[in-house]
Structures are given as structure tokens and as C-alpha cells.
Design a protein around this ligand. Sequence first.
Ligand code: URA
Length: 260
Amino acid sequence: MEDATRQALLAALSWQAAMGADEAILAEPQRRDVPPPEPTQTQASPRPTLAVLRPPGGMAVELAAGATSLEELREAMARFEGSPLRETASQLVFADGVPGAPVMVIGEAPGADEDRIGRPFVGVSGRLMDRMMATIGLSRQTNLYITNILPYRPPGNRTPSDAEVALFMPFLHRHIALARPRLLVLAGGVSAKGLLQTREGITRLRGKWQKFTSSQGEVIPVLPTLHPAYLLRNPLAKRDAWRDLLALQRRLNDGDNVAI
Ligand code: URA
């Protein structure tokens, strides 16, 4: 291959990676520059019916409601075919840690490491989160349960859209109802806005206790905090994160006798 052609191909590749197209979806490369053939009269596709529009794996609300255990919920989510993210991600990333733990952390979405390994928060921001939680005696081996708002990695680690967050919300609500944590920690703006249904930014929300009412009617105290990936980019913000951790520790030690 000529050097100039090679350079041009490499430049095109790095442009695609910068745009977030960092996953091969089909085994065969597709020609995007050749227009598809015009449909003939006899090929005209019929108008889609409701049955066609309905995701074949079932609807999120029905699938989530039908799950009576965390394992059934994982299976229901794996069956759900309503999101294109399922096609681009390598696998479903469900949860990690101890089911039934007093604290449940909800992050944003799997990144490249989580997508490869199949567990949430196993990359560099996960390692920071583990270290921070350890300072107040929490670990995924003993008393911490971790999941994300989205179970699939968005291509190129882009921020999940509001529609994607809304699509998976019935699964998250069921997840909380089945895991039954005493306290919820929302890591980052996407999970705080998604679960609390607010447009308020995380820098205003962080550190202020909120309430979440589960589908079983249980009121769970919720602590929004900064995402560890943000802390890696803004080390000075670790001071605020530390305050949030202490607030979490206090609430855990105070037991259930504290007004939210
Ligand atoms: N960031 C998240 O929000 N979740 C993960 O699982 C990993 C990184």
C-alpha cells in the first residue's frame, strides 16, 4: 500500500474513533458510499403494524414487572431488544457486589472496561470509587451493591440520551425494589437526573439528601454525589466528594431513625 493511501486511511480511522465510532457492529465492512437500490413497485414495504413496532423481546415495563428475583431481572434485561445499544455493546453489565447490601450505588453506564469484563465500575474510575468507599468501611465484597442507569455501553462512551435513560428506567426501579438497599448513592448527573426526575445539575444536587419511593412504597434516602470520572479530571472536587462520603457514613451509623 502506498504511504499516502496508508496515511489517508489512518487519518479517516482516527476521525471515526474521535467521533465515537469505535466498535465494529457487523463482521463485513459496509459500503456507505453506494446508494441502496430503489425499491420496485412489488418490493414496496407494507406499512408497519403495531406488532412490528413492538420490540420482539417484550416491553421494558412488562419484563421488569415479571422479574421476582435479581437473577430473573438480569435474564429479563438480557431478553429486552428495545434498545440499539444492545447491538453495539459486547454484553449486558448488570451489577456487582452484595445483593441486599445496605448501600446501592447507581452510576451512569458501562465504559470500555466494564463492557469487556461484564461488571460495573471495574476501570480506573471504579478503582477510585472502591478506594473512596473503603475509607468509610464499604466494599463490594461485604456491604456494597453497584449498578448503572444503563446496562449497555453507549458507543464511544458518549453520554446516555434522556430517551435511553427513560427506556431502561423500569428495569432500574425493579432493580432497587429487588435489591432493597437502605441507602442509595447516585454517582454523577446522569443517574441523579434520571432517578430523581430533575433538571438540576449534580454540582447543586450533590451532598443533599433526597428521597426515592420504591414501587413497594418504601421511602429510601438518596445521596447524589460526584462521579469518580469527574473527580479524576477535577481532583480539587475530591474535597466535596469526601464531605458526601462522611454524610453517607453518618447516615449509615445513625441507623433508620433519621428524618430524610
Ligand atoms: N462509569 C459508570 O458510570 N459506570 C461504570 O460502570 C463505569 C464507569
